[in-house]
Design a protein around this ligand. Structure first.
Ligand SMILES: Nc1nc2c(c(=O)[nH]1)N[C@H]1C(S)=C(S)[C@@H](COP(=O)(O)OP(=O)(O)OC[C@H]3O[C@@H](n4cnc5c(=O)[nH]c(N)nc54)[C@H](O)[C@@H]3O)O[C@H]1N2
Ligand SMILES: Nc1nc2c(c(=O)[nH]1)N[C@H]1C(S)=C(S)[C@@H](COP(=O)(O)OP(=O)(O)OC[C@H]3O[C@@H](n4cnc5c(=O)[nH]c(N)nc54)[C@H](O)[C@@H]3O)O[C@H]1N2
Ligand SMILES: [Mo]
Length: 710
């Protein structure tokens, strides 16, 4: 779709597109194309949440697309796994050989084949459409896509019934905003615009976060708790709301279940007790409870940062009880938002076609434990050994926990690894075949969002670069070679896009054919989803107390579950590795995407860690010195930044650097473990003990970015 624009020269066309990245903001883009080349990517000024502004990363999207390291031809490995040595081959040679090898494995045991994918693009078409159909038809192992948000999702679902919440556009009318487990300026910039408008109109902003991140710096108050202690803080707030009777009794009576039991539990958490667990002053907790109980409307913007610990789901559960207690849901600008995903109705079955399993029930592998699982022999508890992995939209060598195990797994000589990507990532170095995928500017897609309520269309702006192909086309071509003849394997990307938006009241009348022209369209529905109750839980109410959880053998009430790795639960480990490490996102990277874009990597400079002056002094570490952070799982080398922005006893190492662009050839995930969260089988990236010492030697970065690949 193209439209003329007065501000551009006569030969320019403007294409409506959508940001593909795994970010709550899912921005509406306008791509300017001149003579077949994308010359700029701008935010759509008319799209309310994008309001013409893009983050630094995506405003450099053309630099990423035309990067000299772009994979432009299929490549076949010629060196040892991990060496990154490849030779170009034709598509026919690559696909014929991959299909022949997959056929041979599938003839014996299709579950020995594993797809591995996540959030490289959040588009329905280039995500799990043709790819999922391919693996379903094959009968391959299923992948549990847990690496980001499933703990929080499980916690939220228990209490309010799903990933629903207040409309982000309403935050500007809030009078108190708790930014809980989120560095919004980094990871949710367009929400921050609304928070700033609220602030200018007199609202109070509170950050609840273990480090003084850029967002906390700009809030009125920062509650700097220990990682993994949020449920204790939430219970202490409930204690205060109850003791001082700052409750909305009508809302509780009409729209909630289990208040008496919750009350009894909350009364066990006076601020003094929580203060000890969380490591914050009791007076600060009391003040926050007073503000939350007396300010209307009060809104909570939670993000996924707080659920990457052992008790992550229960922390979200505890926090999700707060809005109902004070009746915050009554107001358009009150309540909470973690994710808006379930406001949308996407047609998963039509896209992914689970019916192609035809009654087979393949085992499921959790993407968080890929390190262990690639190293397992077959067995009755596990099923067949993994013999082939097809990676797309993900970079597991960089992003999955316990990185050295992941590396060892992908280094197996008897493993067939196929990687579809734009670049020769850390994972790509271990591939047998490396297949060049198109970027968002080169293919069609359709998007919902998890931080706002608009469907968005992505029209292709330019032709595929080199020999790159969309994920869909690669799986179509593989399907043909496998002999899959179902009609769904010949559907075009446009046809798939049209399937994504389900004909469902939640989507209003939005269809692909109107969306691709308009670019974006907002869901119908009230700003305040639960003003009159109507929670999509089994009881139809906000469930403080959950029969479903009790039936599953777990706590009916939210539980305070401390981290696997902390002094209270693992004193011997903490004696050897006394520092808690958190590794949240860096502003100029998107997980491990963009790390190879020179101008963005220059802004982040190099891998570093924040260490508190007391901890630095105790180890003889000075600001700017190279240090090692290590535990029994491995080590990283990076530069120390001595700073009071972190707590004593805690280091902050922003992620997620490519291993091969880091001084030690390893990144933060060399240190993290593979244990899972309380609910949702999620990862515990921020539940990790380490020690830090001055580095004795530093290896050079092995591959300057522009030299990668060709
Ligand atoms: N620039 C940029 N934007 C991104 C991303 C990125 O990598 N870079 N990642 C995207 C992705 S994949 C996601 S899932 C989203 C959401 O991404 P999130 O990971 O939620 O990102 P943040 O909001 O930046 O960071 C999490 C915050 O949680 C804090 N935190 C860590 N542990 C705890 C805890 O136990 N309790 C509390 N209260 N806070 C804790 C961290 O210190 C950090 O400030 O953002 C997306 N946006
Ligand atoms: N220590 C630590 N680890 C973390 C986190 C953390 O905060 N700390 N965050 C976690 C979170 S929240 C998440 S969501 C995961 C993210 O993990 P991933 O979803 O793996 O995210 P990325 O690292 O961005 O890798 C995505 C890859 O997909 C590629 N890609 C993009 N678009 C396409 C496409 O159209 N086709 C193909 N074939 N490839 C494409 C990109 O080039 C990139 O290499 O990481 C997790 N890991
Ligand atoms: Mo994520």
């Amino acid at each position: 779709m193209t439209t003329a624009s007065a501000s551009d020269t006569y030969s320019d066309t403007i294409v409506r597109a959508a940001c593909p990245h795994d970010c709550p903001d899912t921005c509406a883009l306008l791509v300017t194309v001149r003579d077949g080349v994308a010359v700029s990517v701008r935010g759509d000024p008319d799209h309310p949440t994008t309001h013409g502004a893009l983050c630094t990363k995506v405003s450099r999207y053309t630099e990423r697309t035309y990067h000299p390291g772009r994979l432009l031809r299929p490549m076949r490995r010629i060196g040892p796994k991990g060496s990154g040595q490849f030779e170009p081959v034709s598509w026919d040679v690559a696909l014929d050989d991959i299909a022949a090898r997959l056929k041979a494995i599938a003839a014996r045991e299709p579950q020995a084949i594993l797809p591995y994918s996540y959030g490289g693009t959040l588009g329905f078409v280039q995500g799990e459409s043709m790819a999922a159909r391919f693996f379903h038809k094959l009968g391959a192992s299923l992948l549990d896509r847990t690496i980001c948000s499933t703990a929080g999702e499980a916690g939220l679902k228990t209490v309010i019934g799903g990933k629903l919440g207040l409309d982000v556009e309403q935050f500007e009318h809030s009078k108190l905003i708790l930014i809980w487990g989120s560095n919004s300026i980094t990871s949710n910039l367009h929400f921050w615009t609304y928070a700033q408008r609220a602030k200018r109109a007199g609202a109070r902003l509170v950050s609840i976060d273990p480090w003084r991140n850029d967002t906390a710096e700009k809030c009125h108050e920062h509650i700097q708790l220990r990682p993994g202690t949020d449920a204790a803080l939430a219970y202490a707030l409930m204690h205060e709301l109850i003791v001082h009777d700052r409750l909305d009794h009508d809302y509780i009576a009409l729209h909630t279940v289990g208040f008496d039991a919750l009350r009894e539990r909350a009364l066990q958490w006076p601020p003094k007790r929580a203060a000890e667990v969380c490591g914050v002053p009791a007076a600060q907790i009391r003040q926050l409870a007073r503000d939350y109980g007396t300010t209307r409307p009060a809104a909570i913007r939670m993000n996924y940062g707080l659920q990457r610990v052992r008790g992550g789901a229960n922390a979200v559960r505890a926090i999700a009880c707060l809005p109902a207690l004070v009746g915050a849901w009554r107001h358009d600008a009150g309540g909470l938002l973690l994710s808006s995903s379930n406001h949308f109705a996407a047609n998963g079955a039509a896209l992914e076609r689970p019916d192609l399993l035809a009654g087979r029930k393949p085992r499921t592998i959790n993407m968080v434990t890929i390190g262990d699982d690639l190293l397992r022999e077959g067995g009755s508890d596990f099923g067949p050994k993994v013999e082939a992995v097809i990676v797309y939209n993900s970079n597991p060598l960089a992003v999955a926990p316990e990185g050295d195990k992941v590396r060892q797994g992908f280094a197996r000589d008897d493993l067939l690894t196929v990687v579809l990507d734009h670049f020769q990532t850390d994972t790509a170095d271990y591939a047998d075949y490396l297949l060049p995928a198109t970027t968002q500017l080169e293919h069609v897609d359709v998007h919902k969002a998890y931080g706002h309520r608009y469907w968005l269309a992505n029209n292709a702006a330019i032709a595929p670069l080199g020999e790159a192909k969309p994920n869909t086309e690669i799986f179509r071509l593989l399907a043909a070679r496998m002999g899959f003849t179902d009609a769904c394997f010949t559907e075009t990307d446009e046809q798939i896009a049209a399937l994504a938006i389900a004909p469902d009241a939640r989507n209003g009348g939005i269809t692909w054919s109107t969306l691709r022209t308009s670019g974006w369209a907002k869901l119908p529905g009230p700003a305040a989803p639960f003003a009159q109750g109507g929670f999509p839980t089994p009881s139809g109410k906000c469930e403080f107390w959950s029969q479903r959880e009790l039936d599953a053998g777990r706590g009916a009430l939210p539980e305070v579950i401390l981290p696997y790795e902390c002094a209270a639960t693992a004193p011997e480990l903490a004696a050897r590795y006394p520092l808690a490490m958190i590794s949240p996102p860096a502003r100029n990277f998107l997980n491990s995407s963009f790390v190879n874009v020179d101008s963005l990597r220059a802004l982040e400079t190099e891998p570093s860690l924040l260490i508190h002056p007391e901890d630095a002094a105790a180890r003889g570490i000075s600001d700017g010195q190279m240090v090692r952070a290590f535990n029994d799982r491995g080590a990283i080398t990076c530069r120390a930044r001595v700073s009071k922005r972190t707590r004593a006893g805690q280091i902050v190492a922003l992620g997620i650097w490519w291993r091969k662009l880091s001084p030690s050839g390893t990144n933060v995930n060399q240190l993290t473990h593979q244990r899972l969260t309380d609910l949702g089988n999620g990862p515990c990236f921020y539940d990790c003990l380490v020690e830090v010492a001055a580095a004795t030697s530093t290896r050079q970065v092995i591959a300057p970015c522009n030299a990668i690949g060709h």
